[in-house]
Design a protein around this ligand. Sequence first.
Ligand SMILES: Cc1cc2nc3c(=O)[nH]c(=O)nc-3n(C[C@H](O)[C@H](O)[C@H](O)COP(=O)(O)O)c2cc1C
Length: 371
Amino acid sequence: MISGSGIHATEDARRLAEKRLPWMVFDYIDGAAGEGLGDQLNQQAIREMRLHTRVLVDVENRSLKKSILGHDCNLPFGISPMGMCNLSAPGADAMLARLAKKHRIPHGASTAASTSLEDIAKQAEGNAWFQLYFGGDESVTDSLLNRAEAAGYEVLIFTVDVPEVGRRPRELRHGFKMPFKIGPSQFIDFALHPRWSIGSLLAGAPALANFVGVDSAFDRTRSRAGVDWDFLDRVRQRWKGKLVVKGVLHPDDALKLVSHGVDAVMVSSHGGRQLESVQPAIHALGRIRDAVGEDFPLIYDSGIRSGEDVCKAYAMGADFVMLGRPFLFAMAAGGERGLNQLSDIIAEEVSIALAQMGLTDINQLDKTVLV
Ligand SMILES: Cc1cc2nc3c(=O)[nH]c(=O)nc-3n(C[C@H](O)[C@H](O)[C@H](O)COP(=O)(O)O)c2cc1C
């Protein structure tokens, strides 16, 4: 049984994070495109799916182990790449890297991370995957890929669903900007959340660590509208390791990616942060699985909040599942202990759900468990 800290489910972590974080930071993490309907529908569509239960099956021993792109994971979920995680708690990137190492699960190290890709690689010990954003200058991309290779990354996640950064009014209302611009309303916001403000001040304000002390700069809001299939082909030629393309929702795009030689597609709506009117990503997962066939590796994120949700994504055809915001909420709510607790809770939820479905191995999940 998991106890202490007040976290019993993702929603507890979110509620505590909302209390503890400055509004500006909570809105950056929790926010989505427009008024957030795309994000809500991601979660609702998964929640509304129903599972068959089975009885009188011996389910005493259950395995949650998964393998993806040659990586054997002890838990059936990983950590989606997220920029500026240290805003949720000082040292958050390092906490995520340690979680990845502990369970041998993939940890997406973002181009826009608040810890350098080299430091994340060191701490995750072979479990970090580097996530690439095109920054508007191919020489910067090249230098990031050189650094990722030198740091030992074997998997590259190339994110393609941000031709322009989505409009997120919640961020704008509270004046979220990187680097911070501190006007009167931010000053009040920080003063009302002293625990976060003092902790973050002592640790040093989070920055885009991959671009500190190097010639190139990175602007998270810069247009990437020029990125096209030719660019993808250059990345594919250049990167010798496994290549995952993230942010795909249309079956035709998935099929085209297969023909361009990528190793896996990550079905994701960026947690609804890019387009409010986007379809629920879980629906796209089903369509893409039908299009690419049984064997092509698909990774899924967007809207997963519980172990039952994890099971549903596998039932819809995912080969691996990742979560984003829940981990940031957990660290904001309870630091590393909160993070470990939430990860244990989600694993326990998966295990209990398997037992209810009469299954002993996460790899047994398929469409037949869906009502
Ligand atoms: C605060 C925050 C920062 C993010 N930064 C990135 C990023 O730098 N690169 C990227 O590919 N996706 C980024 N994402 C999207 C996540 O990788 C992931 O697709 C999304 O969070 C999944 O949805 P969920 O939060 O509902 O689990 C970010 C998401 C959040 C919440």
